[in-house]
Design a protein around this ligand. Structure first.
Ligand SMILES: [Fe+2]
Length: 455
């Protein structure tokens, strides 16, 4: 009897050890499985960068991709260690990046990401842009006109716009997404666990179309370490500022946060300003503007807004507009005006606001009948109402002269480029079930510096 009891105890012990090993093994594999897969564009039109995370180090980082089965290719990448420490301790992960170059234009690729010891992600897909036309003679008419979704201030909790964005991507009605700052509220919470949750949450859209970003104030902790680690924007500035082309459009992404978190150094807004001048110079040569007539810049904090409450954008001289207080240096409005930037996109205010073409608080409409035909200044859109738990930003009454349309509905914005001269902008209200609550055309006979505008 005693022997049987001993045998039973031994068997139970062995079973427990087996169970523990089994659980451990399962945990280990889980920590090696890819998650948070997302795409970004590079500085070449037929190239994408794929980024993802694993909780433990894998033996290698692969993307397997191709147009058809059989015929898949294997591309190696690299991984970096990232650690976030908070009140409850530290969490670490490995962030993997693989660049796919020399892709076929106008094609649909399937891919998955993984490693030799951690297994693979689900299979995703993405499309490459049409082949760029020969541009001798400045023929931009044949350039590709992309469809872009713009959102700001979404958050992990109350990400109201996410189901709508998923449907847009599923129906292939978007070629790219711009997220104009403020991501998870906040990525560093619970030592980065909320950042992981946010990145998993956007995978159903960001694994299929490029998810292009700029930082917001909610990414500020430890000098934007979460933001810099997780995204893979083009250029050498760790995603803080960058530019990229999509067909006939040149996009510029900026960190407005350099103007507000001066504890990280005055050198940062100086460096960005100098970089921006160079980028605008290159984008506005006769040859470049013929190839990519539309120039769109985006950042997090607006230079104008008509919301109440504490906000710099409702000051007459906001930092982004006129520069560092007292010094009056590094203001961006003059640059955008002088170089003829067509459209400026912002977030931060949890609302949607369309401005009349404006420069130095002066409305510069093209005409009374058609304010956005050959406008005399850049057009501003503030679209920071994608969701988040912080609530909405009410507006002041009456609206300033430069404010054309305002809504506090949750939602996001569509930029539907049509051709060299026409851009259709639409605001989608999630509160109204996907209804377009604002729609207008920007029409330009010529894209050039406003000071020389014919208006
Ligand atoms: Fe913000």
């Amino acid at each position: 009897m005693l022997q049987f009891f001993w045998m039973d105890s031994k068997m139970i012990l062995l079973l427990l050890i087996g169970l523990a090993v089994s659980i451990r093994g399962e945990t280990d594999l889980k920590s090696l499985i890819p998650q948070q897969v997302h795409l970004s564009l590079s500085d070449k039109p037929n190239e994408v960068v794929i980024t993802w995370s694993t909780m433990e180090k894998t033996a290698d980082s692969f993307v397997e991709f191709g147009l058809t089965l059989p015929g898949l290719e294997l591309q190696h990448g690299n991984m970096t260690y990232f650690e976030e420490c908070g009140k409850k301790g530290c969490r670490s992960q490995y962030i993997h990046r693989v660049r796919l170059s020399n892709l076929t234009y106008g094609a649909s690729y399937m891919y998955h990401v993984g490693s030799s010891d951690g297994g693979w992600s689900p299979v995703f897909s993405f499309k490459t842009p049409p082949s760029p036309p020969a541009l001798e003679g400045g023929d931009s008419a044949a350039q590709w006109a992309p469809r872009i979704l713009v959102l700001g201030d979404m958050g992990t909790l109350n990400a109201k716009s996410l189901p709508y964005l998923q449907e847009e991507v599923m129906h292939q009605s978007a070629d790219g997404i711009l997220h104009v700052g403020d991501f998870a509220y906040d990525m560093d919470w619970e030592s980065g666990a909320l950042g992981d949750e946010f990145m998993r949450q956007i995978e159903p859209i960001a694994a299929y179309v490029p998810y292009m970003t700029c930082p917001g104030n909610h990414e500020e902790k430890r000098n934007f370490s979460e933001y810099r680690a997780r995204f893979s924007m083009p250029g050498p500035y760790e995603s803080l500022m960058h530019s990229f082309d999509m067909g006939m459009v040149h996009f510029i992404a900026l960190s407005t946060e350099f103007y507000y978190f001066l504890e990280y150094g005055i050198k940062l807004p100086v460096m960005q300003f100098e970089w921006l001048v160079e980028d605008l110079k290159k984008a506005t040569t006769a040859e470049a503007r013929a190839a990519r007539p539309w120039i769109v810049a985006f950042g997090h904090r607006p230079m104008y807004c008509s919301n109440g409450g504490p906000a710099d954008c409702n000051h007459y001289s906001s930092r982004v507009r006129t520069g560092i207080p007292f010094l009056g240096l590094l203001g961006l409005e003059n640059l955008f005006y002088e170089y003829g930037v067509d459209l400026l996109l912002w977030g931060h205010q949890h609302s949607y606001e369309r401005l009349w073409p404006v420069y130095n608080h002066e409305v510069k409409n093209g005409s009374i009948e058609e304010p956005y035909r050959n406008p005399g200044a850049p057009v501003h859109i503030i679209t920071g109402s994608a969701g988040c738990w912080e609530g909405k930003s009410p507006f002041v009454l009456p609206a300033p002269e430069w404010s054309a349309f305002r809504s506090t509905d949750f939602g996001y914005t569509r930029l539907l480029f049509q051709n060299v001269s026409h851009l259709l902008v639409e605001q989608v209200s999630v509160d109204k079930g996907g209804q377009v609550i604002d729609s207008f055309w920007i029409m330009k006979d010529e894209h050039r510096a406003y000071e020389y505008s014919v208006i």
